[in-house]
Design a protein around this ligand. Structure first.
Ligand code: ADP
Ligand code: MG
Length: 238
């Protein structure tokens, strides 16, 4: 678990300002959910936190240490994407261990961590299968497993459930809530699904056009939305 601070974060692509100054304090162990319409900058922000995108200006700190120029692999962060391409020719076990093997982790330690993640995600009976022998939900669990084996201090999820059907989304939502409790980890989660946000979040961050409109608990946002945009997005009657 780690604290995460964003202070005056900006991102521009040429003359296009995509993130226009974001300040945010995420506490160790918190489940923070970013919501907002398509194109408002949610993925860009996550990618900057992960180190996959350069920060134009502002400071990103983890447990008090400035991370702006720190290599992605050294930030203690793992990210789960919407399109979780698994390696088709590898088994579940190999898919989950691959990043560790690449990072030079010893074989016995890889086995141990893959076993541990498989247990948490109830993937143990499926370890020798190939991705095409799995259901959508099982594949998504493998994608999460690939992140868990890295023992990250912070998990980033970018719309991880949006490719699943409605029933499976509900199921996976419960799985992710359980995961947060089991691993006692900091989670930053992006979604455009209000129900997902309201049920998973300790804290919701509502974004629009590269700025944060409001930050609060689901109840705070519902009871006291800062403006009509937030009210509309959260679904409260204001
Ligand atoms: P969201 O995830 O909220 O849908 P994104 O972070 O993907 O939004 O995108 C925010 C804005 O930044 C969009 O207008 C998008 O077109 C723009 N954008 C994202 N990546 C790039 C890029 N590599 N070059 C130029 N513009 C980009
Ligand atoms: Mg996005």
């Amino acid at each position: 678990m780690s604290d995460l601070q964003l202070s005056g974060i900006r991102k521009s692509y040429g003359s296009l300002d995509v993130i226009k100054g974001v300040d945010l304090d995420i506490k160790s162990g918190e489940f923070v959910v970013f919501v907002g319409p398509s194109g408002c900058g949610k993925s860009t922000l996550l990618r900057m936190i992960a180190g996959l995108e350069e920060i134009t200006s502002g400071d990103l700190t983890i447990d008090g240490a400035r991370m702006n120029d720190v290599d992605p692999s050294k930030r203690g962060i793992a990210m789960v994407f919407q399109s979780y391409a698994l390696y088709p020719h590898m088994t579940v076990r190999e898919n989950m261990g691959f990043a560790l093997r690449f990072a030079g982790v010893a074989k016995a330690e890889i086995e141990r961590r893959v076993g541990e993640a498989a247990k948490i995600l109830e993937l143990e009976p499926l370890l020798d299968r190939k991705p095409k022998q799995l259901s959508g939900g099982q594949r998504q669990r493998v994608a999460i497993g690939r992140a868990i084996v890295r023992h990250p201090k912070i998990f980033l999820f970018d719309e991880p459930l949006s490719n699943l059907d409605a029933e499976l989304r509900v199921h996976m939502r419960i799985e992710i809530a359980r995961l947060h409790k089991t691993l006692a980890t900091t989670i930053v989660y992006v979604t455009h699904d209000q129900v997902e946000a309201m049920t998973l979040a300790d804290k919701i961050v509502v974004m629009r056009g590269g700025v944060v409109e409001q930050v609060g608990s689901p109840l705070e946002l519902y009871d006291d939305p800062a403006n009509l945009f937030v009210a509309g997005f959260i679904g409260s009657p204001k």
